[in-house]
Design a protein around this ligand. Structure first.
Ligand SMILES: NC(=O)c1ccc[n+]([C@@H]2O[C@H](COP(=O)([O-])OP(=O)(O)OC[C@H]3O[C@@H](n4cnc5c(N)ncnc54)[C@H](OP(=O)(O)O)[C@@H]3O)[C@@H](O)[C@H]2O)c1
Length: 344
């Protein structure tokens, strides 16, 4: 691993000088490293977060490299702020080539946002859903939407009704549900993109466990600093390592036609079963619009739903192939271990 995600992603030679990229949550951590990498490749980078000073620092760093940048602030707990962000981006860009839905957090305290939604679900899922919906008219015909999910999505199926209360709030459970929503959202968006007959894609990924970001900021006392201090240990992935799969999905020719998939370490991976539930994907899409009080984006029709059933079989087969590939890699690795042990 290097401190250059574009190298780890195998896209260091890409020329992004005609490309505009929005990276949400790029004032720190994984998003910041991704934004700097896009800048080094020559892109125009729209930097987002709440911390203006940190945002302007990222902008200045990008401008010292090959890219151009501008900071767009917005608090993702605030529906109006997200809509204003989309308006500002639409006014600023001709078209957007990459939308990296990366902003997110882990919240120790229970809190309902002004629309009565649990804040982890709101920040990590509803806000990027709304931003993506509002930016649809500005997405290039071959735009890539890349969403930062997490291996933490594994666990219980999604319960959208439960997000309107914080009774029995459990911070890890709330985070798991929001990261599961990222995978369900990606798969439904990919399907709706496919129907709209453009070449737009949607994929999501697990960046790895990255102690060096600000991710643990809501934990009490010295815990965030203790976690961050692990960053100096060898073999612990850095925020730059975490950004490699984002760069890969946003730039690599190898995934130009791949959509609706979950990745880890720049390779397809199989998400948890609840993330592959077609009905849950569809329900999340419509219920998210209801929670936000907006018309359903990229609206479904009965005909298309029927066609989906056919595609479902294909997708299940592709997921099974990914599982087979993983099994094969595991088997090869363990064969190699056995050979090495025999050698010793
Ligand atoms: N670190 C890990 O181990 C890990 C593992 C799996 C997945 N992830 C995912 O990776 C993504 C990036 O996290 P990170 O580890 O890089 O953490 P980070 O350093 O804390 O970065 C989070 C980014 O999101 C922004 N953000 C947080 N809350 C926001 C809000 N209410 N409104 C607007 N922006 C907000 C922050 O901006 P401001 O600071 O300017 O508000 C910051 O730029 C998240 O989606 C996280 O779930 C992280």
């Amino acid at each position: 691993m290097t401190d250059r995600p574009e190298e780890d992603a195998g896209v260091a030679d890409a020329d992004l000088s005609d490309t505009t990229v929005l990276v949400t949550g790029s004032t720190s951590g994984i998003g910041r490293e991704a934004a700097l990498a896009f800048g080094r490749l020559g892109a125009e980078v729209l930097v987002h977060g709440r911390d203006e000073a940190a945002g302007e620092t990222v902008v200045a760093e990008i401008e010292r490299s090959a890219g151009d940048a501008q900071f767009f602030p917005a608090d993702f707990t605030d529906v109006t702020a997200v809509r204003n962000l989309a308006d500002a981006v639409r006014a600023h860009v001709g078209s957007l080539d990459v939308l990296a839905n990366n902003a997110g957090g882990y919240f120790r305290e229970a809190h309902l946002t002004e629309i009565g939604v649990e804040q982890t679900f709101h920040v990590n899922h509803l806000a990027p859903y709304l931003l993506t919906a509002d930016l649809l008219p500005s997405l290039a015909s071959d735009a890539r939407v890349v969403t930062t999910s997490s291996g933490a999505h594994r666990g219980d199926p999604l319960d959208v009704e439960a997000v309107t209360t914080v009774d029995d709030y459990a911070s890890f459970g709330a985070y798991q549900q929001s990261k599961l929503a990222n995978v369900l959202f990606t798969k439904e968006l990919a399907r709706r993109f496919e129907r709209s007959r453009g070449a737009r894609t949607a994929n999501c990924f697990h960046p790895g466990a990255i102690p060096g970001s600000n991710f643990a900021r809501s934990l009490p006392g010295p815990i965030p600093r203790l976690i961050q201090s692990l960053d100096v240990l060898p073999f612990v992935p850095s925020p730059a390592d975490g950004a490699a799969t984002l760069l890969y999905l946003a730039v690599s020719d190898r995934v130009a036609d791949v959509s609706g998939r979950y990745f880890a370490d720049c390779a397809p991976a199989t998400p948890d079963d609840p993330a592959r539930d077609r009905e849950a994907q569809r329900r999340l899409w419509t219920e998210s619009a209801e929670l936000l009080g907006i018309p359903e984006p990229l609206q479904d029709t009965a005909d298309e739903t029927a066609k989906d059933e056919e595609r479902q079989t294909e997708e299940t087969q592709t997921d099974e192939t990914a599982k087979d590939e993983e099994r094969q890699t595991d088997e090869t690795a363990s064969d190699e271990e056995t050979r090495a042990e025999t050698h010793d």
